[in-house]
Design a protein around this ligand. Structure first.
Ligand SMILES: CC(C)(COP(=O)(O)OP(=O)(O)OC[C@H]1O[C@@H](n2cnc3c(N)ncnc32)[C@H](O)[C@@H]1OP(=O)(O)O)[C@@H](O)C(=O)NCCC(=O)NCCS
Length: 180
């Protein structure tokens, strides 16, 4: 029998066109898209196009999965030219799975993979809305260092936002996914 106290097993894998129905259950939810640049998408056709044209060709976008079914995403977008030393990380999770440590585990899993997949990347950076406490906590638990407060830094969905910037270097120690 499964131990009810044991954490849900999660995996990270590339998106597939067959993820449409699972994908729409979270990308169609304003509570998930509120803090990210993605629009809320509620049409199956638009989700399919988004998976095909944006998610699959993305340099490193993974579906966070339970039982191989998509419950969220984690993306790493590498810079180029003089910014080739760094990449931006972002994520989102279906509301029903919030508060179980799943995104923190997914971020830790991504950390151990992306520095292998992109040996030129020395710095992973994340930007969070100053009001997005859950995302800040995820980054802290995953070992990111908070570097600063960027005042009136960018527009997100029409609102001018203050952001915090965090970083994790390839020389930092990646915490074990199941460590608190
Ligand atoms: C941010 C997000 C991915 C977190 O996912 P999650 O799987 O619930 O995260 P975890 O369970 O790993 O950790 C969340 C932490 O934030 C804490 N938290 C959640 N809401 C909080 C709040 N309002 N104030 C303070 N802490 C909060 C939780 O208690 C937990 O910390 P703890 O383990 O110390 O108790 C999820 O809320 C989400 O999808 N948000 C919308 C998309 C988004 O914001 N993406 C990030 C953009 S930068």
């Amino acid at each position: 029998m499964e131990d009810p106290s044991s954490p849900t097993t999660i995996t990270l894998r590339p998106f597939r066109t067959t993820d449409v129905d699972d994908f729409i259950s979270w990308v169609g939810d304003d509570r998930v898209t509120r803090w990210i640049r993605w629009s809320t998408i509620t049409s199956k056709e638009e989700v399919l196009t988004f998976i095909k044209e944006v998610c699959i060709p993305h340099p490193w976008r993974r579906s966070i999965c339970v039982d191989d079914r998509s419950i969220g995403f984690i993306s790493v977008f590498p810079g180029s030219g003089d910014d080739r030393c760094k990449a931006d990380i972002g994520y989102g999770l279906a509301v029903k799975y919030w508060g179980q440590g799943i995104t923190t585990r997914a971020v830790k899993m991504a950390l151990s993979q992306v520095f292998k997949d992109f040996p030129g990347i020395i710095r992973l950076q994340a930007f969070t809305d100053v009001e997005n406490k859950a995302s800040q906590r995820v980054l802290e638990k995953a070992g990111f260092v908070k570097e600063g407060h960027l005042r009136k830094y960018t527009y997100i969905k029409g609102d001018l936002k203050d952001l915090f910037v965090y970083s994790f270097l390839s020389t930092d120690t990646v915490p074990h996914p199941l460590d608190p």
